[in-house]
Design a protein around this ligand. Structure first.
Ligand SMILES: [Zn+2]
Length: 285
């Protein structure tokens, strides 16, 4: 296997004072990555890299970018689906509220009707007893009972009318909402089905790009591949960035001239001091 992680890189002092500082930053970054990757900090400052390695890194980057795009798409579609579910659940809550109102009005009606019946029976009994009373006092007491009963009956009948109206209006609202709910549920079901269809083709693509990444990754030194994955994780997927006119196209910051020269040479692993991405020289189109 080709030795990419060569320990004998160009000497530090070729960069001069500023270059040495940049190289120290590079060393620090690599040390950090190595601590995470290898759990030791034995790392050389300059690491040799070939033009072929850069080409492989670029291919890997292409597949990586695709997987990031698809991952973003999939998480967005998952978000869309859960937003649709929430909308339906909200509607269902409102529907259930009206259903409960309808049921409550129905219960009130039945209870009032029952009370009217009991009251009527009481009036009837009192009227029967009225025919058999012996004293005036008894007569007056029963008559008062009958009058109170009739008064209560009127109250109950007014109440029943009110409950019947409430029941009718709640029933109307509930039925309308139920129809709207059914329509919405159907629309959401078909929207989710469309989302799933779109997602399934993207899931297939994602598998394809992941396999591609694995295949391409085999052409890289495992350490460099680890570094690639580490940077991908911390940098939102963009690992390899071109440099144009001393500017890193990953973070649009200037890089030190000495590092730029090294990027132009294309023989060393150079990382952007600002965004930690692996830099390469983009050929003019
Ligand atoms: Zn950068």
């Amino acid at each position: 296997m080709r030795q990419i992680w060569c320990l004998s890189g160009p000497p530090l002092n070729k960069y001069g004072a500023e270059g040495a500082k940049s190289t120290l930053i590079l060393k620090g970054i690599l040390q950090e990555f190595h601590k995470k990757i290898k759990k030791d900090d034995k790392v050389n400052i300059m690491l040799n890299i070939t033009k072929e390695d850069i080409d492989v890194l670029l291919k890997l980057q292409k597949a990586q970018t695709e997987t990031v795009h698809i991952d973003t798409f999939l998480s967005e579609t998952a978000g869309e689906k859960s937003a649709l579910d929430s909308r339906l659940a909200e509607f269902e809550t409102s529907l259930n509220k009206h259903k409960k109102e309808f049921e409550k009005a129905g219960k009130d009606c039945r209870e009032t009707e029952a009370e009217i019946l009991v009251n009527e029976q009481r009036i009837k009994t009192s009227s029967e007893r009225l025919k058999q009373v012996k004293t005036n006092r008894e007569y007056q007491a029963l008559q008062r009972e009958i009058d109170d009963g009739k008064k209560r009956k009127e109250e109950l009948e007014t109440l029943l009318l009110k409950y019947l109206e409430q029941q009718e209006s709640a029933d109307k609202i509930f039925k309308e909402q139920q129809a709207d709910f059914d329509q919405l549920a159907e629309k959401i079901r078909s929207d989710k089905e469309n989302i799933d269809k779109k997602s399934s083709s993207h899931i297939k693509l994602l598998k394809k790009y992941r396999t591609q990444k694995e295949t391409i990754g085999k052409d890289l030194d495992p350490e460099l591949l680890k570094l690639f994955n580490e940077i991908a994780e911390s940098n939102g997927g963009l690992v390899v960035a071109p440099v144009k006119d001393e500017v890193c196209m990953g973070c649009f910051m200037n890089i030190p001239p000495q590092l730029y020269i090294e990027v132009l040479r294309g023989r060393s692993l150079v990382m952007c001091p600002q965004c930690n991405r692996i830099l390469y020289h983009a050929d003019e189109e």
